[in-house]
Design a protein around this ligand. Sequence first.
Ligand code: NDP
Length: 292
Amino acid sequence: MTQILSGLVVAETRRAKLVEKVQSFISKSNRPPGLAVVLVGADPASQVYVRNKIKACEHVGIVSTHHRLPDTISQDELHTVIDTLNADSAVDGILVQLPLPKGLSETLATERILPSKDPDGLTSGNLGLLFAGRTRVAPCTPLGVMKIFEHYKIEVEGKSAVVVGRSNIVGKPMAQLLLEANATVTVAHSKTFDLKSVTSQADIVVVAAGRPQFMGKEFFKSGSIIADVGIHRLPDGAAGGGPNGKSKLCGDVLTSELMNHAQAITPVPGGVGPMTIQMLLENTLRLAELRA
Ligand code: NDP
């Protein structure tokens, strides 16, 4: 029987503890931790993400401020907003919601955030610390995967782990976190010859390729642990799509084929996704504590 690694359950468990930690921070520091969320333009998906993040902050006692900027804003004007937040002592974390509208550089905007106020862990300062083994905060999604493994007591040390994908947001930091946990790590990507032969040897596979349901049973050895980071909307009519014109979420892995084959797997939805927001909140508190 394949075990379902529920990120919803892990996030909920950790959220209850986080509420206490935030309260303890408030009594020691006489102020709540603060997260500033910057949204440029009106991308509907980004609006939903931002709303969810603000709601999650409220739930645990982190004060969030929302900075809505028009998509006509220039790079310099965006930097001025970030600089103001960098200098604001009530702000512990700054999140610039990606993607940015065309014409704005995400790299420049991200790098403008002080690493000490970067709860996503995506500035080169924070990624550098992670790869040097002196982590300040690790990127939220891969950190969330590690916390799921920790919660379900999935042993990582000594195991062979393959990460599919090498983005700065997920793949590379994921590989580093697994390495730190003493796994033997391989990183696969779009230029990997014969992906199947690589992943089917692994004890642990983390998939973050951004391709809907492209990995079925033949990619995994029996008894493997799978973390599916991908998230996609399947339209009605597509295999696995929702009925009555409703879209349905799926990951990069064809989960239905893995039941009774994998030892454990994260579902989509309800797997890695909820952990990403939880890690954002935990990283914000960590930055607030470091600043205090
Ligand atoms: P990117 O597009 O930045 O990176 C995708 C990576 O996958 C690249 O390194 C690419 O290789 C590799 N890749 C693409 N196709 C293949 C293939 N056929 N075989 C092997 N490797 C392949 O995506 P992200 O890392 O930002 O995100 C990955 C997925 O995770 C997306 O579906 C995204 O929506 C999801 N996501 C989910 C989050 C959550 O909270 N659940 C948070 C963040 C992302 P190459 O480098 O050679 O191009």
